[in-house]
Design a protein around this ligand. Structure first.
Ligand code: 7RM
Length: 631
């Protein structure tokens, strides 16, 4: 299954396009199925209706756990590195992880969870998070992991959208020098969540929490009441595995749905190939399991391949900007998969944090989440990889389930800031505004995919029409990614960023409409418009133009108030970096905000604003420009 030469890549790619069913059928043989499929693929992009490995039965946890027991039961599956380096790391072998997953699966059953039930997981980056995820999969319950940085309201919205029956959380989480009171946040969320019957709480930071009688139970108590034998539920290949909410151009995040069979095959295949993972190696992905990268490349991908996956609770800069390098040295990490924002942040501390650190174990480096600028790419290459470790710049999305366009480590010649070539099975195409294909090399366009792949989303939870509208209606018979893309003279792809109203702040996807809605909830705000602007570390920063007519007194206080509102409504990750109070917004005669103009102003451009002739009130632009200069 592993590609070892460029020639083989070309052959596999050709085969995957000419005969996709045969190609993926063969890849799927490397996994364990209870029953085989009768059809590899049936599809149409119009409804859309996508089925991979129809008729097949499996349980993904048998692939991630049971099948490794005989040969690698004592091999580390998860190495947990705590927030505080003075605390001890924890190693769970495949045997131990299997036992704990089975035991916790029984806890879920004991608390009323059944196949098909949705379970919300809001936890710190501890081994129990991976255990909770896998325990859901074990019994066929659908997990919906919510990142620990989201607010009570965001959690409640997600729980209600999926009608979750259970919540799994912890007393709190560590984040550098800070503590996040997860259970308090959950308590606030659950006030508005009538479908939730039980809440299982893990002790982690040992902060006092309130436990609601009849609803809340302790993880530690529950596991004492059950044994560690739990037969895996037999799942259909197209049964739901998980929901993961992600932002789009509307104010309401969508629940992206992934199913068991195709997702497993795609996460496992791409993990093995892109990182060229070798048995016994230590692999470290710095993402949070609350995002798709953590689902596919901390949990399911690596474990399905019997790999050793490092799970880190902390942040890159605590207690010092040497933290990643200390972890690499301590656990002899062979593959480091991180985000450009982390690289840029660490770069800014200079070379001192690297002094005396042994990074010689590193063989492969990876980047994900946003375009990586050349400067960061070279720093990563030279200072971390010592020019010897290939960098895989992996382009993909929550919706794609796994990596789509990326170098294959040791196989594909890399090029700074290019995601390079599509993986076997992936058929990218560039189109213009009208959906006309842009052929040839040295061209730019909107990135679409013209053929299904096993890891693709199947629907958006509870609203299939929305899935169709968002991804399959912009261009006929194509999956639209929302990204702009360049294909250079070598046929290499470079993703240039979103072409819709979605921001990418520190590798986190945030819809401008979501931030606007949150700001507008503040009592004094009449209207707002949010745009992104280039930010040295975060990639994009959030710039908010806000109409706040009755402001009396302190401007800074009002800004603080607005930031707090955004934190309460969405979470701290969506806080604007800049707020500019204005008396009006540039609108067309039909009332549409001209974001193009605001984007230019946010970038610091004050003269070449393009065509402003359709503006209702051009004077407002002059006022905004003047005000922006003083910000
Ligand atoms: C994995 C993930 C998806 C969006 C996507 C892009 C951007 C991700 C890269 C990238 C340039 C990359 N899922 N993006 N990877 N842009 N180069 N290697 O991030 O759903 O959270 O975000 O992220 O805009 O559409 S995500």
């Amino acid at each position: 299954m592993q590609i070892t030469s460029f020639k083989q890549y070309e052959e596999d790619y050709k085969k995957s396009v000419e005969n996709p069913e045969q190609f993926w059928g063969e890849v799927a043989q490397n996994f364990q199925w209870r029953k085989p499929w009768f059809k590899v693929l049936s599809w149409n992009f119009n409804e859309p209706n996508i089925k991979w490995f129809e008729g097949a039965k499996l349980n993904i946890t048998e692939n991630c756990l049971d099948r490794h027991l005989a040969t690698s039961g004592d091999k580390p599956a998860i190495i947990w590195e705590p927030n505080n380096p003075e605390e001890e790391s924890v190693t769970l072998t495949y045997k131990m992880l299997h036992e704990r997953v089975c035991r916790f699966a029984n806890v879920l059953k004991r608390n009323g969870a059944k196949k098909g039930d949705r379970i919300c997981i809001y936890m710190p980056m501890v081994p129990e998070l991976a255990i909770a995820v896998l325990a859901c999969a074990r019994i066929g319950a659908v997990h919906s992991v919510v990142f620990g940085g989201f607010s009570a309201k965001s959690i409640a919205d997600r729980i209600n959208d999926a009608q979750c029956k259970l919540v799994i959380t912890a007393d709190g989480a560590y984040r550098g020098s800070k503590q996040i009171p997860l259970k308090d946040v959950i308590d606030d969320a659950l006030i508005g969540c009538p479908t939730v019957e039980k809440c299982i709480v893990l002790t982690h930071v040992r902060t006092p929490v309130s436990m609601l009688k009849g609803r809340d139970v302790w993880w530690e108590d529950e596991v004492k009441h059950v044994n560690d034998i739990c037969e895996a539920e037999e799942m259909d290949a197209e049964d739901m595995l998980f929901i993961l909410y992600t932002s789009g151009s509307t104010g309401k995040p969508k629940g992206v749905v992934h199913t068991c069979g195709g997702y497993m095959v795609y996460a496992g295949y791409t993990f093995s190939n892109v990182f060229n993972y070798q048995p016994g190696e230590v692999y470290f992905c710095t993402a949070d399991i609350g995002w798709i990268t953590g689902h596919s490349y901390i949990v399911y991908g690596p474990l399905s391949q019997g790999a050793t996956s490092v799970l880190f609770e902390g942040i890159p800069t605590y207690p010092s900007p040497s933290r990643f390098w200390d972890i690499v040295e301590k656990h002899k990490v062979n593959t480091l998969y991180t985000a450009p924002t982390a690289i840029r942040s660490l770069m800014s501390y200079g070379e001192e944090p690297l002094n005396g650190k042994d990074l010689s174990s590193i063989r492969v480096l990876g980047s994900v989440g946003e375009p990586i600028n050349e400067e960061a790419w070279h720093w990563f290459d030279e200072k971390i990889g010592h020019g010897k470790a290939p960098i895989v710049d992996t382009w993909w999305q929550t919706e794609t389930g796994g990596i789509m366009i990326s170098p294959i480590a040791t196989v594909t010649k890399t090029k700074p800031s290019f995601a390079t070539l599509p993986l076997p099975g992936i058929q990218p195409i560039l189109v213009d505004e009208n959906g006309k294909e842009i052929e040839g090399n040295g061209v730019m366009g909107n990135l679409c995919i013209k053929f299904p792949w096993p890891g693709m989303l199947r629907t958006t939870y509870g609203d299939h029409e929305r899935c169709k509208q968002t991804y399959f209606s912009t261009y006929e018979n194509l999956y639209f990614t929302g990204d702009g893309c360049l294909r250079d003279e070598d046929g290499y792809y470079r993703i240039t960023g979103r072409v819709d109203d979605v921001l990418n702040v520190s590798g986190h996807r945030i819809g401008t409409a979501e931030v606007e809605n949150a700001i507008n909830m503040h009592a004094g705000v009449v209207e707002s418009a949010v745009v992104g602007y280039p930010h040295d570390v975060k990639g994009q920063g959030i710039y908010a133009f806000v109409i706040y007519p009755e402001m009396h007194g302190d401007v800074e206080l009002s800004k603080k108030d607005i930031l707090q509102t955004v934190t309460r409504v969405i979470g701290a990750i969506a806080k604007p970096d800049k707020i500019l109070f204005v008396s009006g917004l540039p609108k067309t005669r039909s009332g549409k905000i001209m974001r193009r103009i605001l984007r230019k102003i946010a970038e610091g451009e004050t003269t070449n604003l393009g065509d402003t002739s359709t503006l209702l009130d051009p004077a407002v632009v002059e006022e905004i420009i003047e005000a922006s200069k003083k910000l």
